[in-house]
Design a binder for this molecule. Structure first.
Ligand SMILES: C[S@@+](CC[C@H](N)C(=O)[O-])C[C@H]1O[C@@H](n2cnc3c(N)ncnc32)[C@H](O)[C@@H]1O
Length: 227
């Protein structure tokens, strides 16, 4: 083999290796078939209900890990529940479990039946409710308090009435010292959650996501805003 051919082969193989590394950083460790299933299911739903899904791709593993890492230690290791709203294909769910959140303390609320089936298959020990986040209070086991809400809901693309209802339900169900972790594709500007009296306490921008995203952790302010 000539030197030029050898160099070309080496360059191609390095490029392939780095593309694979980037891709697995994007898609996480769900395996190639799992990834293909996630993307397939996601695009089918996104075509059916673009405003309800509110995204062009499943969240990247980096975005999911950023959200999971923002869960405060008191919520990760305490007794109260963590509720995930709009888990979709379960990328964020996987990161929360990987960080050590016990499956029985997590509750997934997802509106689309096909995503619910996928979540139930992927995480058989995690309770999944097929329902509307607006009715969050009805789905909580009686007497259980909520330490954190981790939300992938596309708040900005939901109809105003639906968004307002969801934010009110979040406010009502969350512990006084609880936290909301929400991602958005709006990289700057006020979050709609501020209308429900949530105050951002930290922000991360995630570039390895399609499109890039902003994650915020918010705490409820007191007194709550008047309805
Ligand atoms: C941006 S996508 C989820 C992205 C997710 N992290 C993933 O990678 O698959 C938003 C999700 O919120 C769900 N959703 C939208 N409105 C909802 C509602 N009112 N109640 C519950 N889930 C809702 C959609 O079905 C969708 O699965």
């Amino acid at each position: 083999m000539t030197r030029l051919a050898h160099l070309t082969q080496q360059r191609l193989s390095n490029t392939w290796r780095s593309l694979r590394a980037d891709w697995s950083r994007y898609a996480g460790n769900g395996g190639v078939l799992g990834m293909a299933a996630s993307f397939g299911a996601f695009w089918r739903q996104a075509l059916r209900a673009p405003h309800g899904v509110g995204a062009v791709c499943p969240s990247s593993a980096v975005l999911a890990q950023t959200m999971a890492d923002l869960l405060p230690p008191s919520a990760l290791h305490g007794q109260d529940m963590v509720v995930e709203l709009g888990p979709g294909t379960g990328v964020v769910t996987r990161a929360l479990l990987k960080n050590g959140l016990p499956a029985q303390r997590l509750l997934l609320i997802e509106r689309m039946p096909s995503f619910c089936r996928m979540l139930q298959d992927r995480f058989p020990h995690v309770p999944v409710v097929q329902g509307d986040a607006m009715r969050l209070g009805e789905y909580l086991p009686q007497g259980r308090r909520v330490a954190a809400i981790v939300s992938s809901l596309p708040l900005l693309s939901l109809p105003l009435e639906c968004r307002t209802g969801i934010m009110a339900a979040m406010r009502q169900c969350l512990d006084a010292d609880g936290r909301v972790i929400q991602f958005t594709y709006a990289l700057w500007g006020r979050t709609p959650l501020s209308q429900a009296g949530f105050v951002p306490e930290c922000t991360r921008r995630v570039l390895i996501n399609l499109p890039p995203a902003r994650v915020q952790r918010l705490r409820p302010s007191f007194p709550p805003p008047k309805a």
